[in-house]
Design a protein around this ligand. Structure first.
Ligand code: BGC
Length: 740
C-alpha cells in the first residue's frame, strides 16, 4: 500500500468520478463524416453515485492513481523509491525537500538530487508564457494565457504546451512553473494575463491541454497557485474566506481536472491563506482534497520565499518541497532528531518528489542544453498562429477586413502602436530575440497601402489633417507592464478597469474626425469599452499577443486570417457591476458568483459578454438534440449535438458553447454555467453537426454539511447552446430521475 494518499477523512461512499471534459466532436452533416474538432481527449469515467452523498474518490484505489501518473513502470518505480528511502539518511532526504538557493543557478532553480544514489533532482523555471527571462537566454514569447484562453482551442494549447516543454528542456530545466490556472474572479487582478479566463470549465479544459502538451516532453508541469489566489497587492497576507460550495464547485474543479485528467506532475501552493490557514500549511487543501479526494500522486511545492510558513506543520499538511531554499525545511533534520516528526512522515512527502523524477524519466532522459531548440521557425509560427486565433473582434461596423484594393492610406497611432507590449515584468517575463509590434505587423501586411505612423499622444492640428485625409485610422491602446502585473516584483493589481484618461481622450478626439476608427486593445484582461465603443467603427482585443503578435494584428485587419477568438472573461459596462475587488484588506470573502454568472444573476447585461466574439462570416444554429431526455441519478455523461451552418460569405471558425441551467433547483445556482464547448471550421454554405459532451459530475452540488457531493438533483435541466453566454438560441431539456 502506497502511503502517499493521505488518509481520507470524509469518504462516505467510494465511487469513481466522472471527469469533466469537452469531448466535442464534429461531423460534417452533408457527408456524414466525423472528425474530432475540439476535445481534451478525455472520456468520462464511470461514476457510482447511488443515492448518497459522496466525496470524489477519483482513483478507485491507490494503485489506479499511481498507474495513471506513472503508467506501466509504476510498480518498479515504487520499489526503487522504497529502496532509496531505506538507504538514505535524514539529512540527504531533507536536502531533496527544498530548493538550493534564493537565486537560480545555471538557469534554473534547483532542488538537490543525490548523485551517489543516482537521483537526478529538479530544475525549475517559469513559466506561463515561455522560458523565463531569469534563465538568461532568449526564448519564444508566446501570447499570454488570457489570449490563449481566447482561442478556446485546447488542441492548439496542447501544441503550445509541447513547444514550451521543448524550450524548457533546452535550458536544462525539467519542471515548468506553469500553468497559472486561478480563476479570473475580477479583472483588476494583476496576473489576469497569466490565466485563461473566468470560468472553471473553460480554464480547466485549456489547462488540461497545456499540461498534456508540456508533459508529452518529459517535463513536469506545475498547476499553480493552489488555491483561491487572485489578488496581487496583498498576495502574501490576505486570508480568503470561502464557503465549501464555492470552493468545491467553482474554485477547485479545474485543479481537479489538472490532477485527474492531465495527471499534472506538480502543484504549487498559493501565498494567500484560505479559511484562516496559509495554503502551504492547509491540510484541508493539500492533504484532504488534493491527496485523499483527488489521488494526486506528484509533489506539492510552495510558492517562492514567502510561500512557506512552517516546517513540521507544512509537511504534515501536505507540502513536500519548500522553494526556493530551505529556510523552514532545513530545520527538519533537527525536528526528526528531536522527535517532533517521524522520518516516515518525511518519507511520505519525499515519495511524491522522487516519483515525479522517475515517472518523468529525469534519470534516464535528462534535459539537454540546446540553444537551437528555442525560437525555432516552428515555435515562432505557432506563437503567431495562436495570436491570430486569440484576437477577439468585438465590434465591426462594416469596416473590416480592410480591403487593400480600396485603400490609399491608413494612419496608425496610440501609445502601444510601436511598443513591444508582450506582458508584465513579473515571474512570467520572457526575453525574445525580437518582437513584432502592431505597427510593424500592419506595415508588413499593408502591401501597397501607405501606412503613416503618428507618434503624438493626442492629435496635433497637422495630425488631424493627416487623419482626415486617410481612409482609416488604427489606434493601438490599452495596458502595459506599468499598469498590471505580479505583485511587488511588477506593477500589481490594476487601479481600475478603464483606459487611462489620455487614451480615452485620444479615442474621442480621433473618432470625432470622421475617419473610420479601428481600436486595437491590448492588455491582460477585460478593459471597459462602454464610454467610447459606439464612436468607433471596429474594435479588436489583441491582449499581450507575444513576439509575433503584430503580424497577427495585421492579418486580421486585412482579412488574411479570419477572426475567431472569443472572450474568456466578461467585459462589464462599469466596474460597479462586478463583485467588489478588495486588494487592501487582509481578510476578504469569495462568494459563489463572479463573472458572467454574477452578471446573469444580477440581471445586468455585460458590455461584451463572456464567450462573445465576431467573425467575418456568420453562423446559424439548428437541431439541438440530446442523447437522453431522462438521465438516471447515476448517469455520467450526456451528449448534445447541434447543426451549425456558415451562412456568410467567408470561411470561419465558430466556438459552439453549451450552458446548463437548473431553474427548478432547490439550491441556489448560477442562472447558467458553461459545461462544454467545441469548435468547427466551415466554408460558406457548409454545415456540420457538432457534438458536445456534458459531464454529470459538473452538475452536482457539494453538500457542506455532509462534506461530499450530493447525487444529481432529481429535477429538469435546461441545455442552452449558442455563440456566447448571452446569445443562446437553442434550448433542450433533460430530467434526472430520482434514485435511479
Ligand atoms: C510566483 C510564482 C512563480 C515563482 C517563481 C512567485 O513569486 O508567484 O508564480 O512561479 O515566483 O518565479
Amino acid at each position: 500500500m502506497i502511503s502517499r494518499f493521505r488518509g481520507a477523512s470524509s469518504v462516505l461512499l467510494a465511487g469513481s468520478l466522472a471527469c469533466g471534459d469537452d469531448g466535442g466532436a464534429v461531423s460534417d452533416a452533408s457527408s456524414g463524416g466525423s472528425t474530432l474538432a475540439d476535445t481534451t481527449g478525455q472520456t468520462a469515467a464511470s461514476s457510482s453515485t447511488g443515492g448518497e452523498t459522496s466525496t470524489t474518490d477519483p482513483s478507485g484505489d491507490d494503485g489506479d492513481a499511481l498507474a495513471r501518473y506513472c503508467g506501466d513502470e509504476s510498480a518498479a518505480v515504487e520499489d526503487q523509491i522504497t529502496a532509496w528511502l531505506a538507504e538514505l539518511d535524514v539529512a540527504s532526504k531533507v536536502a531533496m525537500m527544498h530548493g538550493v538557493g534564493l537565486l537560480p543557478s545555471g538557469g534554473s532553480w534547483g532542488v538537490a538530487g543525490n548523485a551517489a544514489a543516482g537521483i537526478p533532482g529538479l530544475h525549475m523555471l517559469d513559466g506561463p508564457r515561455g522560458v523565463s527571462k531569469v534563465s538568461g537566454v532568449t526564448a519564444t514569447a508566446f501570447p499570454v494565457g488570457m489570449m490563449r484562453g481566447a482561442t478556446w482551442d485546447p488542441v492548439l494549447e496542447r501544441e503550445v504546451g509541447a513547444a514550451m516543454g521543448r524550450e524548457i528542456r533546452s535550458v536544462g530545466s525539467d519542471v515548468l512553473l506553469a500553468p497559472t490556472m486561478n480563476l479570473l474572479r475580477h479583472p483588476r487582478w494583476g496576473r489576469a494575463q497569466e490565466t485563461y479566463g473566468e470560468d472553471t470549465h473553460h480554464v480547466g479544459t485549456m489547462a488540461v491541454a497545456f499540461i498534456e502538451g508540456v508533459q508529452s516532453q518529459n517535463v513536469i508541469a506545475t498547476a499553480k497557485h493552489f488555491a483561491v489566489n487572485s489578488i496581487e497587492d496583498t498576495r502574501f497576507d490576505v486570508d480568503v474566506t470561502i464557503d465549501e460550495r464555492s470552493l468545491h464547485e467553482i474554485y477547485l474543479p479545474h485543479f481537479r481536472r489538472a490532477v485527474q485528467d492531465a495527471d499534472v506532475g506538480a502543484v504549487m501552493s498559493a501565498y494567500n491563506s484560505v479559511n484562516g490557514l496559509y495554503c502551504d500549511i492547509n491540510p484541508t487543501l493539500l492533504r484532504d482534497i488534493l491527496g485523499s479526494e483527488w489521488g494526486f500522486a506528484g509533489f506539492v511545492m510552495s510558492d517562492w520565499v514567502q510561500g512557506t510558513h512552517a516546517s513540521v506543520a507544512a509537511v504534515r499538511a501536505g507540502l513536500d518541497v519548500e522553494m526556493p531554499s530551505g529556510s523552514h525545511f532545513g530545520s527538519l533534520v533537527g525536528a526528526v532528531a528531536q522527535g517532533d516528526i517521524d522520518e516516515a512522515e518525511l518519507d511520505e512527502s519525499l515519495r511524491g518528489v522522487l516519483r515525479a523524477q522517475l515517472c518523468f524519466d529525469l534519470d534516464t532522459d535528462p534535459p539537454q542544453v540546446d540553444p537551437d531548440a528555442r525560437e525555432t521557425d516552428e515555435h515562432l509560427a505557432l506563437a503567431e498562429e495562436v495570436a491570430r486565433r486569440g484576437i477577439v473582434l468585438v465590434r465591426n461596423e462594416g469596416v473590416l477586413p480592410l480591403d487593400r484594393a480600396l485603400l490609399g492610406e491608413i494612419v496608425v497611432m496610440g501609445p502601444f502602436a510601436d511598443v513591444e507590449n508582450i506582458g508584465d515584468d513579473g515571474s512570467s517575463t520572457v526575453m525574445p530575440a525580437s518582437v513584432v509590434t502592431a505597427l510593424e505587423g500592419i506595415v508588413d501586411r499593408a502591401g501597397a497601402v501607405t501606412v503613416t505612423h503618428l507618434p503624438s499622444v493626442s492629435p496635433t492640428a497637422s495630425d488631424e489633417l493627416v487623419i482626415a485625409g486617410a481612409d482609416a485610422v488604427v489606434l493601438v491602446v490599452g495596458l502595459g507592464a506599468d499598469d498590471e502585473g505580479e505583485g511587488l516584483v511588477a506593477a500589481g493589481d490594476r487601479e481600475g478597469l478603464s483606459l487611462s484618461l489620455p487614451q480615452l481622450e485620444l479615442i474621442h478626439a480621433v473618432a470625432a474626425l470622421g475617419t473610420p476608427t479601428i481600436v486595437v486593445l491590448e492588455g491582460g484582461g477585460p478593459i471597459l469599452v462602454s464610454d467610447w465603443i459606439d464612436e468607433v467603427a471596429a474594435v479588436m482585443i489583441a491582449w499581450y499577443p507575444g513576439m509575433r503578435g503584430g503580424n497577427a494584428v495585421g492579418d486580421i485587419l486585412f482579412g488574411d486570417a479570419e477572426p475567431s477568438g472569443r472572450l474568456p472573461a466578461s467585459v462589464p459596462v462599469a466596474e460597479a457591476d462586478l463583485p467588489l475587488f478588495d486588494n487592501v484588506s487582509l481578510a476578504v470573502t469569495y462568494d459563489y458568483l463572479h463573472g458572467y454568472r454574477y452578471l446573469d444573476a444580477m440581471g445586468v447585461e455585460a458590455a461584451l459578454p463572456f464567450g462573445f466574439g465576431l467573425s467575418y462570416t456568420e453562423f446559424s444554429y439548428d437541431e439541438l438534440m440530446l442523447s437522453e431526455s431522462q438521465v438516471p441519478a447515476s448517469g455520467t455523461v450526456l451528449i448534445a449535438s447541434v447543426d451549425v451552418t456558415n451562412v456568410g460569405t467567408r470561411r470561419g471558425r465558430e466556438t459552439v458553447q453549451l450552458y446548463v441551467a437548473v431553474p427548478g433547483s432547490t439550491t441556489m445556482r448560477s442562472p447558467r454555467d458553461l459545461r462544454g464547448f467545441a469548435q468547427v471550421e466551415l466554408d460558406p454554405g457548409q454545415s456540420a453537426t457538432v457534438e458536445i459532451e456534458v459531464a454529470m459530475q459538473d452538475l452536482r452540488v457539494w453538500n457542506a454539511e455532509a462534506g461530499g457531493w450530493d447525487p444529481l438533483e432529481p429535477t429538469d435541466y435546461l441545455v442552452q447552446v449558442g455563440p456566447s453566454s448571452a446569445t443562446l438560441p437553442l434550448q433542450a431539456q433533460f430530467s434526472v430521475s430520482e434514485g435511479a
